[in-house]
Design a protein around this ligand. Structure first.
Ligand SMILES: [Ca+2]
Ligand SMILES: [Ca+2]
Length: 82
């Protein structure tokens, strides 16, 4: 499942668009500190993040990203260009 998510994120071209973003660790992005990252919170750190990509990263479909879900999204976006 994770590989499918990462592949879809790369397919959306996010990996290169947000390489220069700073402060993208989970605690910084979770600005209301409720333990999950909403789409709005994620888009502060990742302005080019689409709702489609967010939903793809939200593997349990609860509308917010857990730390694990967010880490997978961040790892996909932060991965070195191939
Ligand atoms: Ca939050
Ligand atoms: Ca979730």
């Amino acid at each position: 499942m994770k590989k499918i998510v990462l592949t879809s994120l790369f397919a959306l071209g996010l990996s290169t668009a947000v390489m220069a973003q700073a402060a993208t660790d989970f605690a910084s992005v979770d600005t209301d500190a409720n333990g999950s990252v909403s789409l709005a919170e994620a888009q502060v750190a990742w302005p080019d993040l689409t709702e489609e990509a967010f939903n793809a990263a939200d593997t349990d479909g609860n509308g917010e990203l857990s730390a694990d879900e967010y880490d997978a999204l961040a790892a996909a976006n932060a991965a070195p260009a191939q």
